[in-house]
Design a protein around this ligand. Structure first.
Ligand code: ADP
Length: 603
């Protein structure tokens, strides 16, 4: 991005330089063309001006040829009076016409009369036969010439006209050559002054390209080009420029030839003169520089506009990109949200399905539990029925046997045996009554009132009921009440459970060296916990699985019916409690009774 920008900047700078360079060249060319156009116009004015000045004097020598004394003096140069009159007339006319000099030459080029006859450098008696204007005029043509006077050393324009013997003779009649020549010298310095205001150099050159009038004084009497040998010799012959060495302007020192170069030229007069104007190069360069500056400013404005446009475009592009990125991000977010929503919905559905399954499982569990309870009850009932049948069958069979025997003994009259059998029958039926009594206790759901039961009192009541047995056995029953726990239940049934557990403990310690039973009441995990631990032999692995089964007993004879723990467990379960048993780590069995608390326990 950066390098591209640098490349563009470099290209733009190069283009700007090219444009400026081209503008400079074009403007220079244009300025040159303008200057040339203006110069040509200016030259036209100058040329007209010059030609009108020269025209003014053109006819003066011709008119002077008609002076009364002209022919007299030419006929008799020794006529001093005539010469004097002519000299004075020439002076007056010279002063009036503002010519520099007016003088007359004879056919040999000798000056016979002159307007400066009375001055130091009088022309009178001077020979100007070598001058081209004389040579032209004596051949019957008007002589025109610009040169530096070899007497006065002043430059001037010479106009010469031939004089014929007869004033009315037509010029250039071959039969009668001119007898003399009248010459008027005009000063063009005043005309030259009018060029001073021009910034551009103006030069008037002769047919040979020698500058003789110019607003650059240092160029005067220097040629535009190197003069040829012929031209040099010609100048020497005519003394046109007082034998000054004519060198090219281009050979002058740089400061002196300043402004010399391409120019516009216009011919003036029929003498091969050329008016030349050198357009001001400084001005051309100024206007070219101004045009270049304008171009540079335009390029700068263009550059700034391009930069602004480029920045605007980059900003727009960045904005577009960020908008697109935002849209992409929003789209991605939408997609993610949709995906997450889908996942969540799926998870929700899965949870709902699982919840439903759980509910189904729970209800199934409940059903199963109920069924199990029911099955358990039925199983227990079956067991009990089997037990009852078994327990009752024996005495019943004995009773029948004794009764049958009694009938036989009666028939034989053996009354003593009958009485003995009846005693056996009575004992067996008592035994049966005992079993039925026990079963009644088991079958009866609740005989007493459900009320608040203070467990410490229940413990004391149970211990009191067994006080005789304890004493007979020589056992000790210690009680420890860590928390006075209250429960809701039937106090008689609770005592029945406690009596069962304590009796079993006493049975267990009967043969033990130490006969110790410990009762501990506490509260654990918001439940009343009653532990009855004995110092007996503990519960063997064979016995443990059948502890709470009805009619399971290890006790011999009529000492045990095997219903105590089964009934106790049933009572405790009816109170939402739990009865469990295990061997204590320090020996002996420990039965744990857990019951829900009624209220916050006292200490
Ligand atoms: P029973 O006392 O008539 O035998 P139980 O249901 O009360 O009937 O007891 C069943 C059996 O549990 C007992 O025969 C005995 O083997 C065992 N048992 C009960 N309590 C204890 C105990 N404290 N120590 C060891 N065994 C016990």
């Amino acid at each position: 991005m950066q390098s591209r920008r640098n490349l563009l900047l470099t290209a733009f700078l190069a283009a700007s330089l090219l444009v400026c360079g081209a503008t400079y060249q074009l403007a220079l060319r244009r300025a040159l063309a303008d200057q040339q156009g203006q110069g040509a116009a200016q030259l036209q004015i100058v040329a007209l001006d010059l030609e009108s000045i020269l025209q003014k004097y053109e006819t003066l020598p011709f008119a002077l040829g008609f002076q009364a004394d002209v022919r007299q003096v030419l006929a008799d140069p020794g006529d001093a009076a005539a010469v004097d009159r002519l000299n004075r007339a020439f002076k007056i006319i010279q002063q009036q016409s503002r010519a520099v000099h007016i003088f007359m030459l004879d056919a040999g080029g000798m000056t016979l009369a002159s307007s400066n006859w009375d001055e130091e450098f009088s022309f009178v008696g001077r020979d100007f036969g070598f001058r081209p204007y004389f040579r032209e005029a004596i051949q019957g043509r008007a002589g025109r010439f610009y040169g530096i006077g070899n007497i006065s050393s002043e430059p001037g324009y010479f106009i010469a006209q031939p004089i014929y013997r007869r004033p009315d003779q037509a010029p250039s009649t071959p039969s009668a050559p001119p007898i003399g020549v009248v010459v008027v010298k005009v000063d063009l310095a005043e005309f030259e002054h009018t060029w001073r205001s021009s910034e551009a150099p103006i030069a008037l050159t002769d047919g040979g390209g020698v500058v003789f009038l110019s607003n650059r004084q240092q160029w005067k009497y220097h040629s535009l080009d190197q003069l040829s040998g012929t031209q040099q010799r010609e100048l020497e012959g005519t003394h046109q420029y007082a034998d000054l060495p004519i060198t090219p302007v281009a050979a002058l020192p740089a400061t002196l030839r300043e402004g010399f170069g391409p120019h516009v030229a216009r011919p003036v007069t029929q003498l091969g003169w050329q008016l030349r104007l050198f357009p001001s190069q400084a001005r051309m360069m100024r206007s070219a520089t101004l045009a270049t500056l304008a171009a540079a400013l335009c390029m700068l404005a263009l550059g700034i506009s391009l930069l602004a446009w480029y920045q605007h475009r980059s900003r727009m592009q960045e904005r577009r990109q960020s908008r697109a990125a935002l849209q992409r991000a929003a789209l991605e977010l939408d997609q993610k949200i949709a995906l997450r929503t889908q996942e969540l919905t799926a998870a929700n559905q899965a949870i709902a399905a699982r919840f439903e399954k759980l509910q189904q499982t729970e209800s199934l569990l409940r059903t199963t539990q109920n069924e199990l309870v029911q099955a358990g009850k039925l199983a227990m009932l079956g067991q009990m029925a089997a037990g009852v049948t078994h327990e009752l069958n024996q005495p019943l069979a004995a009773i029948r046997a004794f009764a049958d025997n009694s009938v036989k003994f009666l028939a034989r009259g053996q009354t003593e045996q009958v009485a003995e059998n009846l005693e056996h029958i009575s004992s067996a039926s008592a035994n049966m009554g005992k079993i039925i009594g026990q079963l009644k206790g088991f079958a009866r759901k609740s005989g007493g009132q459900v009320a608040q039961v203070e467990l410490p009192h229940a413990i004391e009541a149970a211990v009191l009921l067994l006080a005789r047995d304890i004493e007979q056995q020589g056992a000790t029953v210690t009680r420890e009440v860590r928390h006075c726990a209250h429960i809701l239940g039937d106090a008689v049934r609770i005592e029945q459970v406690l009596v069962n557990l304590l009796r079993n403990a006493l049975d267990a310690v009967e043969e033990a060296p130490v006969k110790q039973v410990r009762v501990l009441l506490d509260i654990e995990h918001g439940q009343a916990v009653l532990r009855i631990r004995d110092s007996g032999g503990g519960i063997s692995d064979e016995v443990a699985p059948h502890l709470f089964e009805p009619f399971f007993t290890t006790k011999a004879g009529s000492r045990g019916l095997g219903l105590g723990l089964a009934i106790s467990s049933s009572i405790v379960q009816a109170m939402n409690g739990q009865l469990s048993a295990h061997n204590h780590e320090q020996g002996g069995a420990e039965f744990v009774l857990r019951l829900p608390l009624l209220q916050a326990p006292g200490p």
